[in-house]
Design a protein around this ligand. Structure first.
Ligand SMILES: [Zn+2]
Ligand SMILES: [Zn+2]
Length: 389
């Protein structure tokens, strides 16, 4: 079959584009089985069926097309848009993820020099930006599971690649979340395994800094994960309460307001220890964090998260007090001032939260009483105005 030409479509291919728009997966599946249908055919704008499906936000359709061998990196679109760019524009994180998982290149730019992440940011699809910026393919990690050059053994035992990749792909960088991910996997929660993983993280970090188009964001992320893994190893070595002890230290709030001082100091120290001191990102981070007194906003983890994931502000989403996961909805029923993913996260936090819960409750009640008073005054004021009129 010759390479597809723009707009050169068989009638069945034309039908396929229509079926994709309509979202009929079954019919699309039938059409893809036809002889005169090429999965990477191009419409008059150079869009493939996969680009259409991604842009329309149809996940099942994308999956079907990928199964039929759709080229995720086809780049014949008139403005240089890729399927990943269309996925980002659609605002669908699952489709964005699917494109990345299928091997979509993240640093390709369109005709005006924008990457997929930049385009998604431009249209306000910040969740898609997060997915793209945090993506690190399993294949890139698997490189370290094979002996290189004169090595007798690979740097990363293959059995560790899966669990480590899960840590790398965590959507939350909250150290508690990362420690929980380590803890849940017995292969990883072991000093020797952690040391190997750390070494690999540092190598990737170095590669990100030294490659031609430097990726400081990924370098910083890898460095941060390496620091957390290092901390896990030292608690496993030195403490009887092991990783539970580390989680407790990270969550423990100070007497006055429950602010987790250990965690804040730990995150600041990780950032400061970034080995490439000329990096612009490092300097930016230090500049934003240094003037902030410990206990005030923004916290180091929020500054770091914003720098790495591109999430702007935390306005319309709630983050779990324990693990930093997005979309937490369960409030502490007493103070209503902290929020958790679920009971597990709440239970983990209770040993320290219980010391300030009452105080927070009183604060909230006082605030509510005051704002009620204000509202009352305000409405009385309006009455006065009405009376004068
Ligand atoms: Zn949580
Ligand atoms: Zn509470």
């Amino acid at each position: 079959m010759s390479a597809p030409k723009k707009g050169d479509l068989s009638s069945t291919e034309k039908e396929l584009f229509q079926v994709i728009t309509a979202g009929d997966v079954q019919e699309a599946s039938r059409l893809l089985g036809c002889k005169d249908v090429r999965v990477n055919c191009l419409d008059e704008y150079g869009m493939t069926p996969l680009m259409h499906a991604a842009y329309k936000g149809k996940a099942d359709m994308c999956k079907l097309l990928l199964q039929h061998g759709a080229d995720v990196n086809c780049n014949e679109h008139e403005h240089g848009y890729t399927a990943l760019m269309f996925a980002g524009l659609s605002g669908k994180t699952d489709i964005t993820w699917m494109m990345l998982d299928a091997g979509a290149e993240t640093d390709v730019v369109n005709s005006v020099g924008r990457t997929a992440a930049q385009m998604a940011a431009f249209v306000g699809q910040h969740d898609c930006v997060t997915v793209i910026n945090n993506f690190f393919s399993r294949a890139r990690l698997d490189y370290y599971t094979k002996p290189q050059g004169l090595e007798k053994e690979p740097k990363l035992p293959p059995k560790l690649a899966g669990p480590l990749h899960k840590v790398i792909m965590s959507t939350s960088l909250n150290p508690v979340k990362l420690v929980l991910l380590v803890k849940e996997n017995p292969l990883l929660a072991e000093v020797e395994a952690l040391d190997k993983c750390r070494r690999v993280m540092e190598l990737i970090c170095e590669k990100c800094v030294k490659q031609q188009d430097m990726n400081e964001v990924l370098a910083m992320k890898m460095h941060f994960i390496s620091c957390v893994l290092g901390k896990c190893a030292s608690f496993l070595k030195e403490r009887e309460d092991k990783l539970d002890g580390l989680i407790k230290c990270l969550l423990k709030g100070r007497e006055s307001d429950g602010f987790p001082v250990f965690q804040e100091k730990f995150v600041r120290e990780c950032i400061r220890k970034f080995p490439y001191c000329n990096a612009t990102l490092l300097q930016q981070l230090v500049r934003s964090i240094a003037p902030v007194e410990i206990g005030n906003d923004p916290t180091a983890i929020s500054v770091l998260t914003q720098a790495i994931t591109g999430q702007v502000g935390f306005m319309d989403s709630e983050f779990c007090t324990t693990c930093g996961e997005k979309g937490a909805e369960k409030r502490c029923s007493i103070c209503k001032m902290v929020i958790y993913c679920d009971q597990t996260c709440q239970k983990m936090h209770w040993f320290t939260h219980k010391k300030v819960c009452k105080k927070l409750q009183e604060q909230r009640e006082k605030q509510e009483a005051e704002s009620a008073k204000l509202r009352e005054k305000h409405s009385n004021g309006e009455d006065v105005c009405v009376a004068i009129e």
